[in-house]
Design a binder for this molecule. Structure first.
Ligand SMILES: *Cc1c(COP(=O)(O)O)cnc(C)c1O
Length: 362
C-alpha cells in the first residue's frame, strides 16, 4: 500500500532519489565498487561533493564568496560550533531569538561561550507565534534565528535588519521557499528534513565572516569552520553516502523548478491543509495564522472519540508520521519538498471524514 509520509525528520524523499541511491549501493558509476566502498579521496567522490556544493550555492542564488561545507554532528553540533567560532574570545556577545525548542537548545549551548542576549521570545505564550522584530539596533558578534520551528509549526516570513552578522538555522525549511539568502552570513541545516537522508549537515558561510575573526582562537580542528574550509570538507572522512543522497535530492529540486518550483508546490500543499484546518469545526490549529509554517502544520482534533477515529482513518489511508512532537502532543503534518500534493489531499479527506462521521454520532 502506498504510504503518505508526513514524518518530521528523517522524512519523505523523492522516489527517484531512493531508486538511484539504491542502484549506487550495488555499483557506483560502473566502477565495480559500491558507493559504500569508494574512497572519499577518489575522483568519483570529489565530483559528488563538488557538484553538491555548487548546487547549494546555485539553488540559494549565492555568489562564490559564500562557501559550502558538509559536516558531521547534525544541526545540533552547530549550536556550539557557531558560538565557538563566531564569538570573540573573552568578550563574546550574541543575540538570539527564542522561537521554540531548537532555539532554546542553541541558546543553552551558546551561553557556554559568552554573553547571550535573548532579544525576542514567544516562550511565555507557548511558542505559538513569531515575535515582531523589524530591526536590531545594537551590535553583536552575531544574531541567531531559527527560520522554521519544526516542533511548533511557526516560520519567519521576513527577517530583521541588523548590522551584525546574521546566522540562521534552516534545518526544516532550506530550499523550500525563495528568500534573499544573501542577507545571511551563515546558514546551517541538517539535511534529513528537506535535502537528503540523515548523516550530514550543510553549512553555508560567507568568506568575510571568517576573515573578520580574530586569529588567536583556540578551537579544536574538527569544530573549526576555517579548518574544514581549508580542507574542502575533507578534514576527515565525510559521510560519503549521505552527501551523495543529498546531491541526488538537490538535482531533483533543480529538475523540478528550483526554489521557485518548491515554493509553489509547498504553498499549494500548505494552503490546502490550512484551509481545511480553518474550515473544519473538529480541528483547531495550534499557532497564530500569520506565523504558520508552510513546512510543519500543527493542530489538535477536538473530542477524544474524534482523535481515535482520526488516527484509525489515517492508518487506513496509509498516512504515517502525523503525531505531534512528544513535547506538545496533538498532531503535526510535515509537508517537506518531496511530499506530493496527493498526500495532503488524502489527509484533507480524512479530516472531512471525521467531521461527517462525528456528526453521525451525535
Ligand atoms: C531537526 C532540527 C534540528 C536538529 O537537527 P539534528 O540534525 O538532529 O541535530 C535543529 N534545528 C531545527 C530547526 C530542526 O528542525
Amino acid at each position: 500500500m502506498k504510504k503518505h509520509i508526513f514524518n518530521a525528520g528523517p522524512s519523505v524523499l523523492p522516489k527517484e532519489v531512493i531508486l538511484e541511491a539504491s542502484e549506487a549501493i550495488k555499483e557506483y558509476n560502473r566502477s565495480g565498487l559500491s558507493i559504500l566502498e569508494i574512497s572519499h579521496r577518489s575522483k568519483d567522490f570529489i565530483e559528488i561533493i563538488e557538484e553538491a556544493k555548487s548546487s547549494v550555492l546555485e539553488l540559494l542564488n549565492l555568489p562564490s564568496d559564500y562557501k559550502v561545507l558538509f559536516l558531521h554532528g547534525g544541526a545540533s553540533l552547530q549550536f556550539s560550533m557557531v558560538p565557538m567560532n563566531l564569538m570573540k574570545p573573552a568578550v563574546g556577545s550574541a543575540a538570539y531569538v527564542d522561537t521554540g525548542s531548537w532555539s532554546a537548545k542553541a541558546i543553552k549551548d551558546a551561553k557556554l561561550f559568552g554573553e547571550v542576549s535573548v532579544i525576542a521570545s514567544s516562550k511565555e505564550e507557548g511558542y505559538g507565534f513569531i515575535p515582531k522584530l523589524e530591526s536590531i539596533e545594537d551590535s553583536f558578534d552575531y544574531v541567531h534565528l531559527t527560520a522554521n520551528n519544526t516542533i511548533y509549526g511557526t516560520q519567519f516570513k521576513s527577517f530583521p535588519k541588523t548590522n551584525s552578522p546574521l546566522v540562521c538555522d534552516m534545518s526544516s525549511d532550506i530550499f523550500s521557499r525563495n528568500l534573499d539568502f544573501s542577507q545571511f552570513d551563515l546558514i546551517y541545516a541538517g539535511v534529513q528534513k528537506n535535502s537528503g537522508a540523515a548523516g550530514t549537515t550543510i553549512v553555508v558561510v560567507k568568506d568575510q565572516l571568517l576573515e573578520n575573526l580574530e586569529k588567536d582562537q583556540k578551537i579544536p580542528s574538527m569544530l573549526s569552520y576555517k579548518a574544514h574550509l581549508e580542507k574542502d570538507s575533507l578534514l576527515n572522512t565525510p559521510a560519503v553516502y549521505a552527501v551523495y543522497i543529498s546531491l541526488l535530492t538537490l538535482r531533483w529540486i533543480k529538475k523540478n523548478g528550483g526554489i521557485q518550483g518548491m515554493e509553489q508546490r509547498n504553498n499549494e500543499k500548505s494552503s490546502l491543509l490550512y484551509k481545511e484546518i480553518d474550515r473544519n469545526p473538529m480541528i483547531k490549529g495550534f499557532v497564530s495564522p500569520e506565523s504558520r509554517s508552510s513546512m510543519n502544520a500543527t493542530f489538535e482534533i477536538i473530542g477524544e472519540e474524534n482523535k481515535n477515529l482520526f488516527e484509525k482513518l489515517c492508518e487506513d489511508a496509509g498516512i504515517v508520521g502525523i503525531k505531534g512532537h512528544r513535547s506538545i502532543g496533538g498532531y503535526r503534518a510535515s509537508m517537506y519538498n518531496a511530499l506530493a500534493l496527493e498526500s495532503v489531499v488524502s489527509l484533507v479527506e480524512v479530516m472531512q471524514n471525521i467531521e461527517k462521521k462525528s456528526y453521525h454520532l451525535v
